[in-house]
Design a protein around this ligand. Sequence first.
Ligand code: FAD
Length: 356
Amino acid sequence: MARFHALEVTDIRKTIRDAVVVTLRPANDAAPEFDFVQGQYLTFRRQFDGCELRRSYSICAGRDEGLLQVGIKRVDGGTFSTWANSDLRVGDRIDAMPPQGRFHTRLDAEAQRHYLGFAGGSGITPVLSILKTTLAFEPRSRFTLAYANRSVNSIMFRQEIEDLKNRYMDRLSVVHILETDTQEVDLFTGRITQDKCTELFARWIPVKTVDRLFVCGPEPMMRGIVAAAKTAGLEDDQIKYELFASDQPGRAHHRAAAPTHASTAPVTAAITLDGATRTVTFDRNTTLLEAALANDLDAPFACQAGVCSTCRCRVIEGEVEMAANHALEDDEVAKGYVLSCQSVPLTDRLVVDYDQ
Ligand SMILES: Cc1cc2nc3c(=O)[nH]c(=O)nc-3n(C[C@H](O)[C@H](O)[C@H](O)COP(=O)(O)OP(=O)(O)OC[C@H]3O[C@@H](n4cnc5c(N)ncnc54)[C@H](O)[C@@H]3O)c2cc1C
């Protein structure tokens, strides 16, 4: 089970006016816990005015770089991101859970694939990690990056991307799409919509040669890209996406086998966490996560909005329903995995496992 460890800040630099790149070093011999797969994220926790906040940030370093690094863009009025951009200092320590997330595919040094990454704004962080790791690990593969931003000044990692283009001249191509700045090619100006993406596929990005698509950015942009990619012939299992925030209800609701009934009886759940099983009782409007925390079980969680997968657990017996799910893939849901922050019980008895 993921637990918090102290990380020491060893470097902070601005990548654009309102985003910092933070380099971290695990303290107290926790380094092996922070070995990561490209595209994964760290969940930090910190007290603000006596309240604990947990926020996730994707690792932007490549696996081969020997660095643990995240990029944090300041969100207007955002508590954690504003603090990280203005008050976080070299030498500070911050608690983080080991890397999590499934925004990646298995690499193969012999493979000769074409990867396509679409990123919007701070959504570049996991895509950059995937891009760097893939080009280093698969010498015969190539990568196309389409990166959407408001203007030139808001392009995170601009210089690093240029350096990568020079380093991988034959294998990396980059298209910057800027909302407000006019560019030589009209198609590269404006927001990425499904139509613009379809046109990009027709004129610039040979989508038929794409083996894997990674998408991370604002939700409407992601929806447009995925729709255009599917229309162009990409299958679900070729597309991976990571969402940072959502105001939409999620895609897959989990309904296990049993029919629902209108019982108002309290629910009993046997919850396994860190190898120990406890039985707790709670009412039907309570989520699995709330029930676990209310009973002093140290269940993992972060966004509490169905966006990250930190609170994932498996329902072994009984039935729950998720209000939102933006993180679990269909095959995980089919195996009984749920986001516990979004899951309310539909049956009187549940058996739940956080360790699987
Ligand atoms: C798996 C995962 C990976 C992530 N990786 C990164 C990353 O690499 N870099 C990064 O900068 N962020 C990343 N995020 C987003 C990050 O976790 C926070 O949500 C974000 O920094 C805002 O937190 P806050 O405490 O500053 O704002 P809050 O105080 O939580 O929110 C303030 C206001 O901003 C809105 N808001 C919250 N999040 C966003 C957002 N992302 N965009 C626009 N408005 C928002 C809220 O609705 C609210 O109105 C990631 C999120 C997830 C789930």
